[in-house]
Design a protein around this ligand. Structure first.
Ligand SMILES: [Ca+2]
Length: 134
């Protein structure tokens, strides 16, 4: 989960875009719900399929999408942009693996936010990119 504080900590304030990707392990196959809650817009793709469409300029809005997943690893990618004011990005999911509960997806966040983890994160190509909006 990234809020204003977390974004600022990695040097992102206003007017930037970021892309995060990672793998989600699915044990029980079936239908899974995914959510993004974001300020401003975001989109979530699972195995390249658009699942959550939460684009546009807005305060924190939470949107859901569903997809059927097989047992195994699935590739998640979320794009996000922030164009002023607050900045929030939260991901969550629910399905057979979560016993019907909505669980946060925080695997994209480096554990501990230590200086070393922050430095490693910044140097990891493709995980976060900065864009100048002239
Ligand atoms: Ca905003």
């Amino acid at each position: 989960m990234y809020d204003d504080h977390a974004w600022a900590k990695i040097g992102f304030k206003d007017r930037f875009a970021a892309v995060f990707s990672g793998m989600l392990a699915v044990y029980e196959p079936g239908f899974y719900d995914f959510w993004t809650a974001s300020d401003d817009g975001s989109h979530l793709y699972v195995d390249g399929v658009p699942v959550v469409s939460n684009g546009g300029l807005h305060g924190t809005v939470k949107k859901r999408g569903s997809i059927r997943l097989t047992h195994g690893f699935h590739f998640l990618m979320v794009d996000f942009f922030e164009n002023g004011g607050g900045a929030v990005l939260k991901l969550s999911y629910k399905g057979p693996d979560t016993d019907g509960n909505e669980w946060p997806i925080d695997a994209f966040v480096p554990p501990g936010f230590s200086e070393a983890a922050d430095a490693h994160w910044r140097e990891w190509p493709g995980n976060a990119c900065r864009q100048n909006w002239a």
